[in-house]
Each structure stands twice: as C-alpha cells, then as structure tokens.
Design a protein around this ligand. Sequence first.
Ligand SMILES: [Ca+2]
Length: 521
Amino acid sequence: MRTRKPLVSLVATAAALALWLGIQSLAEAQNAAPVTDPLPAVEKRGLEVEIRDLLRLPQTRGLLPSEEDTNPAGWARVSFVRDIADGRRFANDSRGFLYLLSGADNTPSVYLDIRPYFPHTIYSRLESGLIGFDFHPDFARNGLFYTVHGERAEGNPARPDFIPPGFGEDDVTYHNVITEWRANDPASATFEGTHRELLRVAHVVQNLTHPMGFVGFDPTAEPGDEDYGLLYTSGSDLGFSNGGGPNAANPGQTQRLDSVITAILRIDPRKPSESGGTKGLGDYTIPAANPFAGDGDPATLGEIYAYGFRNAHRLSWDPADGTLFAADIGMSNIEEINIVHKGGNYGWMRREAYWENGIVRPGGALDQIFELPANVLDGTSEDEFIYPVAIYDHGDGQAITAGFAYRGRIEALRGKLIFGDINRGRLFAADLAALKAADDGIPRTVAPVEEIQLYVRDASGNRVYTSFRELVEKTNGATATRADLQLGQSADGEIFVTSRQDGMIRMLVADDEGRPSGAGR
Ligand SMILES: [Ca+2]
C-alpha cells in the first residue's frame, strides 16, 4: 500500500492545492456546483421482520443535573449490548452503568458503576459518559475488560498521552480515556478488582464531538491468529469537523499518520514490560503486524490500523470470513458502510464517500460535496483512497448505526448486512455478497440498500406494522426528537435493537418463534 507524508499545513495557493487534491482537472472542478440530493431514496422492497421487547434497563432519569445530561428525558442511555465469550450478556447505560443481564428473562443487575472511579466524566453529549465497553476474549481466565469514556479537561489532574499536533495543554477541552479493568473473580456477578489507564487522548474543539466511540475485539480471531487479543477503537475525528469553536473545520488535522485523529487504532493492551514489545502512546504495546509499526518512519504512529474516517463509531466482523465493517457517519450528505483494510486511507476530510468534501476547496464548506472526475469515479485513474461499499444520503437519514453480518434464524435477512439510521430509527439491509463485490477499487460501485419494514404482533397474533420510532415513543409515552437507534448482535447471530431514549432492548425475531398465547400457529 502507498503511504503518504503527513500533511502539515493547508497550502493556500491554487497551484499547490491542485497538487494536494490530486485532481488533474481542478479548473473544471472548481467551477462545478455542489451536489445536492446525491442518491435515490432508500425504499422498502418486501423485507418484513418482527421486532420484540427483550427487557428494559432500569430507569436512570434524574440521576444527573439536567444540564449535565444530554437527554434528561431518556429512560436509560443504552448503546451497546454484548454477549461475551463466557456465555454472559452485558449492556451499558452511558450514565455510568455496566449491567449484567442474567437468566432467561435477562434480569439486569449493576456489574460496574464507573462514577466513583471517574469523577471528571462528562455526560452532556451524545457520545459521553460510559461510551463503550468490551470484554477480552479470554475474560473467563484473565478477568480483563475495557471501557471508553469522556472527561472534562477543566480541573482534571490527568495528563493526556496525545494532544493533536500543533496544540498544547492549554488548548485541551476534553479527554477521551480507554481503561483496562481486571476482575478478581471473572465469574462474579459484580465487579471487584483493579483498573489501569491504557490511553488518554485530548480534544481541543469546543464540544466532546466524535470521541473514540468504540472499543472491541475481533470475535472471529482464535488464539494464535494475528488479531487475537488485540483491541480496536473507532476511527473518529475528535470533532475536527464540526466540534465547534475556532479549532474545528480543520482539514489539516486529517490525512496524517502522526496523529490518532480519524484513525481506527489496533493495540495490544498488554504493558510493554509484559509483552516485551514496543510501547505505544499510552501504556500498551504496538502490535508488530500493524501497518505502520515496522515502516521505519518515526513520524507514523504504530497503533494506526486504518485512517481517514470522520466518525467510524462502530466496527463489526463478519463471522463467516472475518471481514471488518466500519459504519462511518458522514458530515451533511453521505452515510457509509466501509470494508476496512489494514493501512487503508478512507478519505476524510478530502472525500465524503465518492464525492470531494467542500472544505478542501477554496471558498468551499464542510457541508458541501462535489462530483469527482469521471476517471476517478470509474476507477480508471486510481487515487490513494478506499471508498465505501454501501451509502445512503441525508434524504434518508442523518447518522449510520453499526452494521452486522446476519446469518441467524430470520430467513429474509440471511446473507445481509443489517444496519440503520440513528436519528430516524430506520433499519436497512444490503447483501453481503454485493458489499464484498463492491470492494473493488472502483469508487462508484456500491451495494444496493433497502429498508426493512418492522412489525409487532397484537394480542391475536396478527402483524401490526410499525416504525422503530413509533415503538420508542409508545414506550416512553412521549414524542422523541430522535429515535437514537443502535444495533448489537447476540452470540448466536441475532440482532439487538436499542434506543438511548427508552432504555428498551429489543430483538429482531423469526416469524415462527414463540408467538403470544392464543396466536394460531
Ligand atoms: Ca466500489
């Protein structure tokens, strides 16, 4: 793969910019108008799936002062449901709780409350508080699990391991922290043990926007595989797009390999003294197989796995072949499913899907996109970027959820990637084979996307068509400004459907599974 020297400053002259953009026909391109309504609407084409309540987390409204809570009306702010290798199920409430869900009825009990450990935690943003978690694949023996959370910089005695290039401690507004926890007894129903900080990254924009939103292990990796026991993070721009204040809207902080910004990191969480390997920015080891670990260039960060994402806040692995999918939230125009390749550059802020983002044009803006030259779009003139394999535009949604490869019990969804839109709460599907075929080096080839029609069963067992948003509003007894949809996947491949509004954990279920009593079968 090609590597590029990090871009240190945004050059202003048109000639230099032309080189930087790598576009031969810049004069033509500059005269073009921004693209509006870039894609046809996503439609329903006959996929109909039942959704059913699984459990509702305990309500945590009123726990925080309302000005410190991003959504005081939200029942509980669940964003991850995870089945771990020891057979147990966990879910988080970003207000600070990690729950164990036990037994056939998934009874929630608090496994860990992070609040006493992290007094500087911020809860007032969409991705804040206890943002994410995952358990080591060998948790049953080593007791290790990992969390990511956000903290205020003001009054915070901790020092970041990384501050964006060109900024200093006085510029820091928030910290984004990955923590390793070690349970004394991994089988216990409540956490008791120790923790240590792995990585603390600084934000310098006004809001805690696009922090690291994910920590996770590749569940398809077996002991002995390159990926086994390595922790991945989201690929997030730390608010350098629209995080607010004078330091945002800053393309010069992207497209560089001396920075964690926009990069999916892959780290070996072990201390270097334990692994015998190379220390990273924080107290962990750089995996020797990482793409920039052995490039001999001291200016590249060894923890970078792939880069050029705006907010690839969710990763997932296809259980069939280990394909790594990243769902990347776009700026004002395009939402993306990407297939992640080691060392790949996914374009942000120079690209938004297979368009050029306006921020890199003289007089252009972050909320604009422009057509790329035809020879780039059709792949005859290859550039240095990897392009998404499925996309939808902001006529159909505003922010993409995770996507999960589905091979479970619901026949209609088998062989598809299931994803959705956070704000609108719509569920989408794309064929896995078409997604993989679209990973072809040709920017404009993408897999078709269709919408899933949800239904519930009434007391007589009849289908009642519904939207996810309607379900959330009914459960909460109030209208919601956003559906706040998130998805998860169970150990047996089924799909969890959650909302940070109503705290309910639902599942997509097969048509013939356990209908209510009285329903004809
Ligand atoms: Ca393609």
